[in-house]
Design a protein around this ligand. Sequence first.
Ligand code: SF4
Ligand code: SF4
Length: 186
Amino acid sequence: MQKYTNFKSLNCIFAYKLRRMEQFLKELPNLAKEKYDESKKYFAKLKKRTPKNLDLVMQDLHDEEFEKTDCLTCGNCCKTTSPIFTEKDIERISKHLKMKVVNFISQYLERDSDDFYVLKTAPCSFLDLKDNTCFIYNVRPKACSEYPHTNRRKFIQITNLTLKNTEICPATYNIVEALKKKLPVK
Ligand code: SF4
Ligand code: SF4
């Protein structure tokens, strides 16, 4: 019975987190838009005088954020954008799916304007929309495993991408807002 109660309360907590995330995702485009100019100016100044400890600060903020944010309540990156599929990704995933590379490409991928392979459709064909899990999680593209890149080395090089990601990824939005408080610029 105790086990049942714990399981039930865990389900309630997850349902509560899910509802909160749904609400956040509805508000995110406007929130990101409101903060866009401020964040753009912030990153421009940060680029001129980049603190030596920026990557360490980002790593901490990233870890703190993902202790709170459960991607399984969200899945917005997988629903709205495509990762880049490298040759290695394509070979690994095709092998996992027991498909010929050529068939995998023709079924799932197309070239974007920069000639990278990306998904033909959104949401991603490998996303289970019932629970936001990934059917190919263990072999997923490197870009997926590294998304949203907020703990990347030399973070200062990807501030434009990060700014774009604040419109899609609630965790990125929170991390950028926390960064502005942690490392204010004049
Ligand atoms: S491959 Fe998996 S992790 Fe990557 S976008 Fe698709 S569902 Fe998401
Ligand atoms: S990485 Fe961001 S957008 Fe993707 S599922 Fe996690 S919180 Fe959502």
